[in-house]
Design a protein around this ligand. Structure first.
Ligand SMILES: Cc1cc2nc3c(=O)[nH]c(=O)nc-3n(C[C@H](O)[C@H](O)[C@H](O)COP(=O)(O)OP(=O)(O)OC[C@H]3O[C@@H](n4cnc5c(N)ncnc54)[C@H](O)[C@@H]3O)c2cc1C
Length: 504
């Protein structure tokens, strides 16, 4: 299937009030008109309607599987940030038929210009090579655009809003979740796609710890590195911001040396600029400075006021003041910025994906892509579970273990790369070394890093596969061949059709 199969769709409304397309009737699958009792028993519960949770829902929808997404928020709240999407998530977008829309609502990412605080270019990072390797250019897309595209693939009734999960209870045959409003839901497995402060993770870790089964790394609190402030301007005047005219996204990152900040601007397809500023903790103590302590409890606007004179690199003689004046307070956000790579990704009938199991530094722009790749690979293992009325605990454990084995090395590589990039800022001795290394990285080494990141290009096994593009072959993906081990008759289309037909 190629992206041309994504036809104009009838619209309904999402919680943000914006019209969104209804999911396509599946081109190759039997229409889903109901579910057999056995399929109803095999429900996948998904915690969190963030990027990872939504993609997983969209994929399970296509696989004809039963699932429901529980989201703590009452509705989608627009976030003023841009997502850099590395090209290795595009094959699965192409399988889903959403790639053309993603391209329409984003700009290509050809390079990131790294400046020192005097706005001298010292680290030009070229991403041209990514296209040569994978056949796609990476892209920059505003978060709401990506969110809307993904949520258009999930029927509205599958997302239950206002459900904050606070308890997970497992029995021999199933698992149930309990929410703050007293409601509870039962299924065969729970997927914690509920972000950095995952409620599902907290519940399963607590249970494991009580049995003495939680590793030391996972008991330790995440490393908090600083405060991150970000926002998105209104559409701006290209006379004042000429970089908006570039057909590609102009991404400028400034790495403070004396100043304990990293700041970044990115132009978008809607002529807005998404920006972010991170103030880092003292690198020798890993403790928040006095200012950070104060900002943590103050509104985002106060932090803006204090940082408005930082110079920005996306135009002549501009400072953050020029962007902040054009940014509505509703599109300002502030969070404590943390990093943590967890060792335990699953326990019993519960499994974690995305930030819930690997919270990366935003410096690498790889967190969302990894959450989406987790969703892709996990969808394969869920799809490959047997067609029995319910799933045995051992079958689930094997599937989750295989999921982790497939995803762990790549997520770790991206986590470490993001961490290294976050080390370029600040005036600690370690920073000086990292800066010198990155500033002098030979082209071949940079390309090698890109090749390693891009080699992981997961697809789902139950939709027609997209032919590998580019000069570098995708790394082997065990879960892509699961459909063959489930049945040695027919193609992936047939198997997905069979599964769906079974539900009619
Ligand atoms: C400023 C900034 C810029 C970034 N830029 C990039 C970038 O350029 N490229 C990139 O790849 N990544 C980027 N990231 C990282 C990226 O946003 C995250 O890695 C990604 O959103 C993680 O997706 P997720 O689905 O795991 O979690 P989230 O997107 O955080 O979604 C989790 C969802 O779960 C819900 N939830 C939480 N707890 C519960 C509960 N107990 N019960 C029910 N629901 C719950 C939350 O409300 C939320 O909707 C950036 C992050 C930040 C902060």
């Amino acid at each position: 299937m190629n992206s041309n199969t994504h036809l104009p769709l009838p619209h309904h409304h999402n919680n943000s009030g914006a019209p969104r397309p209804m999911p396509l009737p599946l081109p190759l699958l039997t229409p889903d008109t109901g579910q057999s009792p056995s399929q109803k028993d095999r429900k996948v519960l998904i915690a969190g309607a963030g990027l990872g949770g939504l993609l997983l829902g969209a994929l399970l929808e296509r696989a004809g599987m039963d699932y429901e997404i529980y989201e703590q928020a009452d509705r989608y709240v627009r976030i003023g940030s841009a997502m850099a999407l590395t090209a290795n998530i595009f094959p699965v977008f192409e399988q889903l038929g959403i790639l053309s829309e993603v391209i329409e609502r984003s700009k290509p990412l050809e390079s990131v210009e790294g400046y020192n605080e005097k706005l001298k270019l010292f680290l030009p990072m070229s991403y041209h090579y990514v296209e040569k390797l994978s056949g796609y250019l990476s892209r920059v897309i505003p978060h709401p655009d990506l969110y809307n595209i993904l949520s258009s693939q999930v029927p509205e009734e599958k997302v239950i809003w206002g459900k904050k999960i606070i308890n997970v209870q497992e029995s021999d045959n199933d698992i149930s979740i309990e929410c703050t409003d007293g409601s509870s839901y039962r299924g065969q497995v729970i997927v914690g796609a509920d972000g950095a402060h995952s409620g599902v993770r907290e519940c399963i870790y607590k249970a494991l710890d009580e049995k003495g089964g939680l590793v030391k790394n996972d008991k330790e609190t995440p490393r908090y590195n600083g405060v991150c402030l970000w926002g998105e301007t209104k559409a701006l005047d290209p006379e004042k911001f000429p970089k908006l005219r570039d057909p590609t996204s102009n991404v400028c990152a400034v790495y403070g040396e004396r100043l304990p900040y990293y700041w970044m601007t990115a132009t978008t397809h809607r002529d807005t600029i998404c920006w972010l500023i991170i103030q880092f903790f003292d690198k020798s103590t890993h403790q928040p400075t006095e200012t950070i302590r104060r900002w943590k409890s103050q509104p985002a606007g106060d932090m803006c006021e204090a940082l408005k004179d930082l110079p920005i690199a996306c135009g002549e003689n501009l400072t953050f003041r020029d962007l902040m004046e054009e940014t509505s307070r509703q599109l300002l956000s502030k969070i404590m910025h943390e990093e943590k790579f967890y060792q335990t990704w699953h326990s019993g009938r519960a499994v974690l994906i995305g930030d819930a199991c690997h919270k990366m530094s935003p410096s690498g722009g790889l967190g969302a892509v990894n959450a989406l790749q987790d969703a892709t690979v996990l969808a394969n293992y869920l799809f490959a579970l047997p067609d029995t009325p319910s799933w045995e605990s051992e079958e689930i454990t094997d599937a989750f273990k295989a999921f982790k084995d497939e995803r762990y090395p790549h997520a770790k590589l991206c986590y470490e790369h993001s961490h290294q990039l976050s080390q370029i800022m600040g005036n600690h001795w370690a920073t000086d070394i990292t800066r010198a290394i990155y500033g002098k990285t030979p082209d071949w080494l940079w390309k090698l890093m890109l090749r390693r990141i891009i080699s992981h290009r997961p697809q789902v096994c139950f939709l027609p596969q997209v032919e590998a593009k580019g000069a570098s072959k995708p790394a082997p993906q065990p879960s892509l061949h699961l459909n063959l081990s489930r049945s040695n008759t027919g193609s992936s289309d047939t198997i997905a059709s069979d599964k769906r037909a079974a539900s009619v």
